[in-house]
Design a protein around this ligand. Structure first.
Ligand code: FES
Ligand code: FES
Length: 128
């Protein structure tokens, strides 16, 4: 199986790799695993508490090229979005943008789940 050009491009030049400082109140963290293959993805968002807009994002993915490309892409997409907009990103949009083949769809689902988990984590931190 060969990777699409966009997957290779993100895989070779991943955007926003890393993590934010521990204890940052404005950060939401999502950590998800794919039962199918054991890959793990950690995705973080940094939110402007005054506006509720995501200003920055980071990821660390231990997994295949498609999972790395999916998380790299999503960290770009969430910037400038509200929490609800970010949480409504669909794995099908990621899969389409990266031209993922059917066996790699779960890699894009991992990215959708990771961003949803990061938004949930942020909301939980700021619920009171
Ligand atoms: Fe996930 Fe290959 S199965 S890295
Ligand atoms: Fe499992 Fe890509 S995340 S093969």
């Amino acid at each position: 199986m060969s990777y699409s050009q966009k997957v290779v491009e993100h895989y070779e030049n991943p955007r926003n790799v890393g993590s934010f400082a521990k204890g940052d109140e404005d950060v939401g963290t999502g950590m998800v695993g794919a039962p199918a293959c054991g890959d793990v993805m950690k995705l973080q968002i940094k939110v402007n508490p005054a506006t509720g807009v995501i200003e920055d994002a980071r990821f660390k993915t231990y997994g295949c090229g498609s999972a790395i490309a999916s998380s790299s892409l999503v960290t770009e997409w969430v910037k400038g979005k509200t929490l609800d907009q970010a949480a409504s990103i669909k794995n099908s949009q990621i899969a389409e943008e990266l031209a993922l083949p059917p066996v790699k769809i779960h890699c894009s689902i991992l990215a959708e789940d990771a961003i949803k988990a990061a938004v949930e984590d942020y909301k939980k931190k700021h619920s009171n």
